[in-house]
Ligand binder design. Structure first.
Ligand code: ZN
Length: 317
């Protein structure tokens, strides 16, 4: 690529999107919120994202002592893997976690084993390194609908299952925005066309739960937001259409999984139908890239979504 991609995007209401460069550019965002000289991060990327997050503070003249919160929407490692390391440099920050997520950041052993099972040990070490624990005294556990004030800016944490049982979203009335983590799917900016943004669910193992995933969409839309900030990747605004697309695609993914359920080569079947689905839906969306370009962007999600759908098939009651 001839030009280096900008690593930060300044949005309105004191919000900056930071490209953590985890896995690839424009895949994983951390958001910085600044209010009355106090600051908070929402999701952190992995350990290797930490120097960049600290550099952005410096560029914005924010003292590390003025970072009050590290909001971790859930404890999947592309969201929270760098949090422990980051907090070593933020003397006053508290990590804000769902009650089911907090124990995993206090003792990351189980989280590490789980991620090693998904990615393999070698790839895990390369992508995530060693997960630094967060001391219990530096964690705020948020009940559903808990309010947190950042420099006087009232924000609310709403529990949303469906993607992960340790997930909450952060509602920010000041920006009429919601930081959705993975509860409102994935929308990569590469897929933006004249028809707008393209979105699809993430059904990562091991908590994918279709009825709860639908409920999470409805709960977020129930806040009547004007914009959402997704970890993958940042701001989207065409919300009623995107909500419809999410509902439809949750059902479509479930149908794909069920259709392959009894097949001997189930994994391969789901992979193939998911790639074909993206080719068709993105053509419909007016995306002009080649199938090869599509495959490069969606590959990681096809692999993780298939794993999560198969786990769900094997554990339905
Ligand atoms: Zn996740």
């Amino acid at each position: 690529m001839p030009n280096e991609l900008p690593r930060t995007t300044q949005l309105d209401h004191g919000i900056t999107a930071i490209d953590t460069d985890h896995m690839r550019p424009l895949f994983d965002a951390s958001h910085l919120i600044v209010e009355n000289k106090r600051a908070a991060f929402v999701d952190t990327g992995a350990n290797d994202s930490v120097p960049l997050l600290l550099k952005v503070l410096e560029e914005q003249n924010i003292d590390t002592a003025n970072v009050d919160f590290v909001f971790l929407t859930h404890v999947h490692l592309d969201h929270a893997g760098g949090a422990g390391l980051l907090m070593r440099s933020l003397p006053n920050a508290k990590a804000v976690l769902h009650p089911r997520g907090a124990p995993h950041m206090i003792d990351p052993a189980k989280l590490t084993r789980g991620a090693q099972a998904v990615y393999g040990e070698e790839r895990f070490a390369e992508q995530y390194g060693e997960i630094v624990p967060i001391d219990e005294s530096r964690i705020i556990i948020v009940a559903d609908d808990a309010e947190i004030s950042l420099g006087g800016r009232a924000m609310r944490c709403l529990h949303t299952e469906g993607h992960a049982r340790h997930h909450y979203v952060l509602s920010d009335p000041q920006s009429e925005g919601v930081f959705t983590g993975d509860s409102f799917g994935l929308s990569y900016r590469e897929f933006d066309t004249a028809r707008g943004e393209f979105i699809y669910p993430t059904t990562t193992p091991v908590h994918f739960d279709p009825p709860e995933a639908h409920k999470a969409i409805d709960r977020i839309m129930g806040l009547s937001p004007s914009r959402l900030f997704l970890t993958h990747y940042s701001q989207v605004t065409d919300l009623p259409r995107l909500a419809d697309d999410m509902h439809k695609r949750i059902d479509d993914f479930v149908t794909m999984a069920k259709r392959a359920e009894k097949e001997t080569n189930r994994t391969e079947k789901i992979h193939r139908s998911m790639y074909a689905y993206f080719h068709a839906e993105l053509a419909e969306h007016g995306f002009s890239g080649t199938p090869h370009q599509i495959d490069n962007i969606v590959e990681i999600d096809v692999l993780l979504n298939t794993m999560g759908l198969e786990f769900w098939l094997d554990h339905q009651h």
